[in-house]
Design a protein around this ligand. Sequence first.
Ligand SMILES: N[C@@H](CCC(=O)N[C@@H](CS)C(=O)NCC(=O)O)C(=O)O
Length: 314
Amino acid sequence: MSDRQVRLYYHPLSFFSQVVLVALREKEVKYEPVIVDIIRGEQIEAWYMRINSDGAVPTLQDGEKTIRESAVIVDYIDKEFPTDSKLVPDMSTEMGKEVSKWRGMLNDINMYAITYGTFCFPEFSVSGIKIPKRMLKCKTEITATNQIMGKKAEQLADEHPDLREAYSARAAAYQKRPAMLTKENVTKQMDDLETVLDQVEEQLLKVEADPSKELWFCGQQFTAADISLCVLMNRLHLLGLGERYHDDQKRPRLHAYWGHAKQRSSVKRHCLNAGRDLMKQKLAKGAKTALPVVGGLVAIGLAAGLAFLLAQKR
Ligand SMILES: N[C@@H](CCC(=O)N[C@@H](CS)C(=O)NCC(=O)O)C(=O)O
């Protein structure tokens, strides 16, 4: 393990943060963890916008360098911390091309529509959403939260002229989000995911048919494509959608893959037991000040949430 230490701004329950967390663990990179409380809107506070003007997690800092976008961060970690575990194989190899193709495909899935769409229309969930009721928001609350975040971003744009452009982009993004949550669009995103997972199943069949490659998604190595697939599978499980997309009969290879992959220590630690980090940090930090107007409306029952996350059973 290298002594060099990076800093990661993230939230343990955030989909894209989990991608980076798993990668850091796979590469055994030491990092200083900084939780950005996206549930309370901390990601658009000026101090963080100055680090990542997208107002989103994760962000990696390595000395003077600041890197955003989970896929770019994973590429960076893999390159800067060379170990036997190569997450992003060279593009000149067949495996490198495969990994890149699958990462792209999995990265394009609209996780916002799938996650919040399931909150809005719980009837999509086959086995029930495995998130405590107090943490769930209905469509009206989600719409209100986006409106409040949009207004807050506009207000902060006035207060911080140097960040005006970034805040305007944030405000526009929040205003657009509720439109993603029509039943029609959520149905479409979930159907599109069926098509992607059909291709995943075919890929796993291909790998299985070649005994020299068998084990992970693109062959013998656990790569960045596996990380993307594992984070997705975990999210589907939490939403009670796992049963819709895979079982012994439907996509049996994907089902078996997930059974095997969820035993891996990086996946267990940062997907299955994601709440532990939050608990540790919250206890250490105490309650943090956040945007009060947002916090007041959307703050979740943190204790209930943590208790749930720690108690997750598979
Ligand atoms: N494309 C970005 C997406 C980052 C992203 O959407 N992060 C979410 C959490 S998973 C976030 O910070 N959301 C807060 C917000 O949009 O207000 C990446 O891959 O890093």
